[in-house]
Design a protein around this ligand. Sequence first.
Ligand SMILES: NC(=O)c1ccc[n+]([C@@H]2O[C@H](COP(=O)([O-])OP(=O)(O)OC[C@H]3O[C@@H](n4cnc5c(N)ncnc54)[C@H](OP(=O)(O)O)[C@@H]3O)[C@@H](O)[C@H]2O)c1
Length: 300
Amino acid sequence: MNILITGGTGMIGRQLTKILLQNGHKVSYLSRKKENIPDVKVYTWNLETGVIEADALKDIEVIVHLAGAGIADKRWTEKQKQEIIDSRIKPIQLLNEQLQKQQIKIKSFISASGIGYYGGDTGETKVNENSPAGNDFLAVCTKIWELETKKFSQADRKVSIRTGVVLSTTGGALPKILQPIKLGVGAPLGSGKQWMSWIHIDDICQLYLKAIEDSTMQGAYNAVAPTPVRNKEFTQTAAKVLKKPLWLPNIPAFVLKLIFGELSITILGGNYVANKRLAEETSFIYRFPTLEGALQDLLV
Ligand SMILES: NC(=O)c1ccc[n+]([C@@H]2O[C@H](COP(=O)([O-])OP(=O)(O)OC[C@H]3O[C@@H](n4cnc5c(N)ncnc54)[C@H](OP(=O)(O)O)[C@@H]3O)[C@@H](O)[C@H]2O)c1
């Protein structure tokens, strides 16, 4: 299939591209800048002016929407919060409008989403796709993101991939989590009891491939491994795999709040998320169902 990826230059996009090309698909990107990427045609767009390079949408069958300002890149000022929302929503509206103008219908619109949908801290409740949305910033942002995806009238099929913490050595949260552990000063964060629902980078990309190819998939799916762990267990497992000691007391919550402000919810809050729809309704098989296996693969 001809697949157009927004934000394809990012952590998930680059790995997904490899997998799509290996599986015989054609890949193009919509990016804010021209770049030479082997086997990929890169088109540019400007979200401020709403201009998309000519021909970017020609013959496209599937759009994978990964673009968006990094959630944890900067402190959440009001300006940054708006940027986080706009950079996800505007592209969806712009793509749908342009397809409409050019009278193009595509097969599927597959968008990233996040487990932040359920709220930054869902405590001990194991949430699934039927659980209600939360009402903090990230939950509201994710809810709008998914609503816009649902409204994408120029695609027959719409899927939202409610992604957990993606584990990769090339970006995202893992390198930041590992840094103090590697230096021998690793410690659980806050109470250490908060749940972390994670997924290996290869599994999330295989899941996107499945969502592209499996025409029965529709709506929102939790993209998390079947074995979430608490922050303390995550830290201990990482230290074990890296053969590093863990001897410091937990880093107190108030210190993290001082450093990160409202963004600290992403560290101190927890999400205990079930992969209910993937397990019950699809044949998706995880390559890395356990944290130790995932970290062994990535780090050793
Ligand atoms: N990684 C995770 O753990 C995780 C967890 C939950 C949800 N997700 C979601 O999954 C999607 C992909 O994640 P990722 O880790 O691959 O993200 P990423 O590495 O940060 O890449 C996202 C891409 O979006 C584009 N982008 C960045 N800022 C932008 C802005 N202000 N306006 C428009 N485009 C912008 C960039 O592409 P160009 O420079 O080419 O334009 C960038 O390469 C994101 O929406 C993310 O929120 C990821």
